[in-house]
Design a protein around this ligand. Structure first.
Ligand SMILES: [Fe+2]
Length: 305
């Protein structure tokens, strides 16, 4: 074999190895890590000294399709942590028939005090697209031509509202949970320009034990308005923590205006605490997670020292 033949054989071997690594990586990301759920736990000193503690379960971005039995069973099992309050920051659906399985997944959690907002994926069904393009542009532009929702978001909302959960899509309210008096406000999803902060604007009641702001996309313009109005804790989802992350680097993109450093987890937004959920699911057309396990969070709110 001549020099050219040996070079060609080397290129062929390298391509075969690269192909095998790619297949193994995809299999890991779609079969293993995508179902490797984790419950993150944080203690947040956000309550007045002497206050009782409050345990909040933060759920987000289930993107549920009826066949995701492992995800459904995992969500249902979270009731064992006995949260005082459940907050769902949206993108619960990814299929026209997903409302009943999602309600089934919430199960006994629906008997607890709860709040919810919608994400764009509760209204609009997922579509096949090149997932790699998130690296250079936001999915926000995908919705420019979609104005008529095709998913049963009303039925989803009716199921949660019917169990007593507060609908915070451009609404504010008040609830008791864990013995605390909580002032709450939320906005619909800014990713599809349905947020109307002006409908909830105004100083959060300083007499409440806690002021909680809720939204799907952690868009800085809304985070800053909630902070300016005195909300102590802000909860959001949407980013999926980046969904496909790089070892030793982390999140590549946030798919909204928030910075990479706050794409998931606990951080500050001025005087407010901010928790961004990395989310429990993925679009069925991008069924992978890498270095970014699916998650929910248990937030133990405790008194400031
Ligand atoms: Fe999502």
């Amino acid at each position: 074999m001549g020099r050219a033949g040996r070079a060609l054989r080397g290129v062929g071997k390298a391509a075969a190895v690269a192909g095998a690594v790619g297949v193994a990586g995809f299999a890991y990301a779609s079969v293993i890590e995508r179902n490797w759920f984790r419950l993150r736990r944080y203690e947040i000193p956000v309550l007045a000294p002497g206050s009782a503690r409050l345990r909040v379960l933060h759920l987000s971005d289930a993107h549920l399709t009826p066949g995701r039995r492992m995800l459904i069973d995992w969500i249902r099992g979270l009731d064992a942590y006995q949260p005082d309050l459940v907050v769902n920051t949206g993108d619960s659906l990814a299929h026209p028939d997903a409302v009943t399985p999602f309600v089934d997944a919430l199960g006994p959690l629906l008997d607890r005090p709860g709040l919810f907002v919608y994400g764009s994926n509760d209204l609009f069904s997922p579509r096949l697209k090149n997932p790699a393009r998130y690296l250079w542009r936001s999915s926000k532009t995908d919705y420019n031509k979609r104005t008529v929702p095709d998913l049963p978001w009303r039925a989803l909302g009716a199921a949660m509202s019917g169990s007593g959960w507060l609908d915070l899509n451009n609404h504010k309210g008040r609830l008791k949970a864990g013995g605390l008096d909580i002032a709450v406000a939320g906005v619909h999803d800014s990713h599809i320009n349905m947020d109307r902060y002006e409908k909830v604007a105004g100083t959060a009641d300083p007499a409440a034990d806690l002021r909680l702001g809720v939204m799907h996309s952690p868009e800085p313009r809304n985070l800053d308005r909630f902070t300016a109005d005195g909300y102590d804790l802000l909860l959001a989802g949407h980013t999926h923590g980046g969904q496909v992350c790089l070892p030793f680097y982390g999140t590549l993109v946030t798919n909204c205006g928030i910075d990479r450093a706050r794409a998931w987890g606990l951080s500050r937004n001025g005087a407010s605490w901010l928790h961004v959920s990395g989310g429990m699911g993925t679009s069925p057309y991008a069924p992978v997670r890498f270095c970014c396990r699916p998650e929910a969070a248990l937030l133990d709110l405790v008194p400031r020292s």
